[in-house]
Each structure stands twice: as C-alpha cells, then as structure tokens.
Design a protein around this ligand. Structure first.
Ligand SMILES: [Zn+2]
Length: 214
C-alpha cells in the first residue's frame, strides 16, 4: 500500500466530517473555505469537427490538493469516488445543464480489472436524483497514461481508441449527452469521445470534469 492510500483510507473513515483538501472539520467533502480558494473555471468550447463543438465545464482549477480525490481511482476508494458524484450533481443543479443522460470516459476493461473498477462509471452511476446514465462509449484498446505527456503525444495516444458499440447507437442518436471525466488537460480524450458520439448522431455533447489544468 502506497503512503497516499493510507492517508485517503484514513480520510475515508472520517468522511464526511473532514475536508479532503485541508483536513479541517467540514460538513462536506471539500469545505467551503477550500471551495472558495479554488477558482471556478469558465467553460471552454473546442471544435470537434468543422461543424460540431464541445463545451467543457470544470468544477475547479487544478490544484495538487485535489490529488486526494483524483487518486481515489488508483485504489478504487468508492466513498471518495461517490463524494465526487455529489460535487458533480451540485454543479449540474447550480448551472442548469440541459441533457438527456450522463455518459462517461470509459477505461479499457484490463485497466478496470487492475484497479478493481471503472472510476468514472462509479462516479456517473453515483449521481443521485434519478439522473440517467448510459454506457454508450467503449475503450477499444488500452492506452498509456496521459499524465506527463506533451499535448501532441496526448492527441496521438487517444486517437481512435474509443467507440460507440453498434447496440448503443440508437441510444445516442438525437440525444444531448453530458460527458464526465476527471481532469481536463489538453482536451484530447474528451474531444475523441465527443467525436465518436457525434459520429453516432448525438445532437449535442457537453463535457464536465472535476478539474481543469490551467
Ligand atoms: Zn478544506
């Protein structure tokens, strides 16, 4: 067990009485003081094709203190993942995002097996309030981790690595889809997923991530 997992396991045992970022007592996962310190980010719109666009919303500007949340995926710390669902639900409600269902950036099944779960799937299905979730995207082959890669390498790394399985295409056609991911860095992964959704006839795709690297 790595040192971080001891810390997060400890925090998990205390949640929801402690802020995961500053470890002060709090009634929510990220205390109001820390939420105030982390600048909320204006949504970014990027072109997916000549005629299709993707607007990506992010809850917070990236700060290393968020690693406690972001690294929960490596240890499949369910409670910390579900707490992220709460943050997403709060953002969706505050910003009145209009969509038909949530999709998420999938990971390859081998990675899910290694990590004991598909973290973005857990976060998506953890969203309360009866928000529908669909497993419309699939990772075709494993790719190396994006962290540390240059922008050009990131784009090449994920190119052609996602697909909408044939049986899921009717669920995509004409739909407005809210696409979840954890970190927005170059946008290469979200763009690649949105490209596949638009190819399958999605009416509109919006991205939503926990953090954005500024
Ligand atoms: Zn705090």
């Amino acid at each position: 067990m790595k040192p971080l997992s001891y810390i997060t396991a400890f925090l998990e045992s205390l949640y929801p009485n402690i802020c995961v970022m500053c470890q002060s007592s709090a009634s929510s996962l990220v205390c109001l003081s820390c939420q105030g310190e982390c600048a909320f980010v204006a949504p970014a719109t990027v072109a997916v094709t000549r005629t299709k666009f993707l607007t990506v919303h992010s809850l917070f500007a990236y700060h290393s203190r968020f690693n406690v949340l972001l690294h929960a995926k490596y240890y499949n710390q369910r409670q910390l993942l579900l707490a992220q669902s709460e943050l997403f639900v709060a953002y969706i409600a505050q910003h009145n995002l209009a969509f038909d269902y949530i999709a998420y950036v999938p990971q390859h099944w081998i990675k899910s097996l290694q990590r004991g779960g598909n973290h973005m799937r857990i976060i998506a299905y953890g969203c309360s309030g009866g928000i529908p979730v669909r497993d419309v995207l699939q990772k075709k082959h494993p790719t190396s981790a994006q962290a540390g890669n240059a922008m050009r390498v990131r784009k090449k790394n994920v190119l052609g690595s996602f697909t909408v399985p044939l049986q899921q295409k009717p669920a995509v056609t004409g739909k407005r889809i809210l696409l979840f991911d954890d970190v927005y860095t170059s946008g290469a992964t979200l763009k690649e997923c949105a490209k596949e959704l638009y190819k399958s006839g999605a009416a509109h795709v919006i991205g939503l991530t926990l953090c954005r690297v500024m």
